[in-house]
Write a protein that binds this ligand. Sequence first.
Ligand SMILES: Nc1ncnc2c1ncn2[C@@H]1O[C@H](COP(=O)(O)OP(=O)(O)OP(=O)(O)O)[C@@H](O)[C@H]1O
Length: 242
Amino acid sequence: MNAPVVSLQDVSFSYGGPLVLDGVHLEIAEHEFIGIVGPNAGGKSTLLKLMLGLLEPPKGKVRVLGKPPEQSRRQIGYVPQYPQFSRDFPITVEQTVLMGRLGTSGLFGNYRRRDREAARQAMAETEVLNLAARQLCTLSGGQLQRVLVARALACDPRILILDEPTANIDMRIETEIFDLLKRFNERMTIVVVSPDVGFISGYVNRVACLNRTPICHSTASIDGDAIHALYDADVRMVEHRH
Ligand SMILES: Nc1ncnc2c1ncn2[C@@H]1O[C@H](COP(=O)(O)OP(=O)(O)OP(=O)(O)O)[C@@H](O)[C@H]1O
């Protein structure tokens, strides 16, 4: 296998109390589409923050594109969890997407023509170009998610990391967003946290079930036993047709 684009070796983490992640080993290959699922408080968001270099593990090693994550951040697009995002901010869709260029552009807010072109391209790919002049607070939940994906795409990332990108939106929009991600996966690695293992199994190559430690399954091997072992309860598998 080529060098993994993301590698965690024996990583443990706590916020000062009990371990949230314990001895995590995980390697993600280039162009993989991996889903991270698991019970609430299982450590999914914490794992993403370690990959982004927003948290540093006291034990173990995290590498992204062969380097410490903070040195690879410009090549990572990140879509945060929906409820954490404040919409009551006077900003247009285009200005929001341009923020994805901050790591690559010159001085703060001093965007060049190529930044504007990259933002327009990202809006076109996520089908929000017609909303460019709209205020963010006027968008529907599904439109907002597309804009957040466009912002993450604007830096032309090699890795796209999404934390529950389809929480609070209906299944038709969820399907549209995952169809888009599948297309982007042809040119980048995708890591997505989702509460819905049944749904993402139709898109991802591999599922990492995380409950302090990840257990990985290829999509084909996801069955009731695997889910039961993870959640320690019966979880209804919902079949979704695309
Ligand atoms: N900043 C923080 N300070 C202290 N504890 C935290 C902090 N962030 C998360 N935790 C705790 O760490 C544990 C793992 O949280 P994390 O958000 O990583 O889980 P998760 O799997 O993403 O959960 P969910 O599915 O509910 O979003 C939880 O017990 C949470 O309360």
